[in-house]
Design a protein around this ligand. Structure first.
Ligand SMILES: NC(=O)c1ccc[n+]([C@@H]2O[C@H](COP(=O)([O-])OP(=O)(O)OC[C@H]3O[C@@H](n4cnc5c(N)ncnc54)[C@H](OP(=O)(O)O)[C@@H]3O)[C@@H](O)[C@H]2O)c1
Length: 264
């Protein structure tokens, strides 16, 4: 095994797309998650809980680059602090974090935790890169599938996404992991900004069904204000992927492995 590159969350939606890219570039990888899989040539799995810190120090042994993709609804700030400290102590040379577009602007716990995670990495003393990504198609899908069944939708402009293809995020992360520390790089987002009605309409067009004239609802409070102001959107300087929401829906619809998930 050559010096392994540690990928936390390498079994997740994004992580499992990054691994083959790193392998194709000739890197051996060590994947850290709470549910390790069977090893394969060039791929070692280790049990780590980034939030409790269990297994972290051992996973970092002999590692020079860490791609931190593990994340969940809660605890991403704590996990990043644990990783930052352990990486510094283990002499890691490059620490890469995936964050979310709008991390420092959206008044939602998940975003706040991502902003704190960014700070922990930037303060770690380890050379770093941070990529903020927009919501993946896979993340937007269940939200829109649920909304497509309701007689209510956020008012036009009330809730917009710029969903991005997981392969395109993975490619960007692999480039970062194989390159030099770059600090905060341009956000990555999808090619189009679509509101809830447009997303739901495209979903209905491809999967059958129709959107009845939904009643527009206004998302209340600070969260509603932030969405209406587009604080979750990447803006003019983002790197934009090429694969659209419609492309993704078509792909998922024609791929028997994912069709059940899309229409279920
Ligand atoms: N999905 C999106 O739209 C989106 C957008 C922007 C940024 N991001 C960020 O990108 C990262 C990856 O997202 P994803 O969609 O690929 O997530 P995912 O499919 O839910 O995968 C999460 C991965 O992290 C691991 N994990 C979760 N908690 C862990 C813990 N405490 N310790 C160790 N491993 C843990 C999971 O494995 P186990 O469960 O086996 O531990 C899994 O491998 C996350 O940080 C997410 O916040 C996601």
């Amino acid at each position: 095994m050559n010096t392994p590159l540690l990928v936390t969350g390498g079994t997740g939606t994004i992580g499992r797309r990054v691994i083959p890219l790193l392998r194709a570039a000739g890197r051996d990888v060590r994947i850290a998650s709470r549910n390790p899989r069977a090893d394969e040539p060039g791929i070692q799995h280790v049990r780590v809980d980034t939030v409790s810190g269990d297994g972290l120090a051992a996973a970092l042994g002999g590692v020079d680059v860490v791609l931190h993709l593990a994340g969940g609804a809660k605890g991403d700030d704590i996990a990043a602090r644990n990783l930052a400290q352990a990486a510094r102590e283990c002499g890691v040379q490059h620490l890469i974090l995936i964050s979310v577009v709008g991390a420092d602007r959206m008044p939602i716990g998940y975003f706040r935790a991502k902003a704190a995670a960014e700070q922990a990495i930037a303060d770690s003393g380890v050379p770093w890169s941070i990529l903020r990504a927009a919501q993946l198609h896979e993340f937007v899908l269940p939200i829109i599938r649920g909304m497509a069944k309701l007689p209510l939708l956020p008012a036009p402009g009330g809730l917009r996404f710029e969903p991005v293809h997981a392969d395109e995020v993975a490619a960007r992360l692999a480039d970062l992991a194989l390159g030099d520390p770059a600090g905060r790089v341009a956000d990555v987002a999808g090619p189009e900004i679509l509101d809830a009605r447009q997303l739901a309409q495209a979903y209905a067009d491809i999967n059958g069904g129709r959107i009845r004239r939904p009643l527009p609802v206004r998302i209340p409070g600070g969260v509603g204000r932030a969405y209406r102001a587009g604080e979750n959107l990447a803006g003019a300087h983002a790197d934009r992927g090429a694969r659209t929401w419609q492309d993704f829906l078509h792909e998922s619809h024609t791929d028997p492995a994912t069709a059940a998930k899309v229409t279920g």
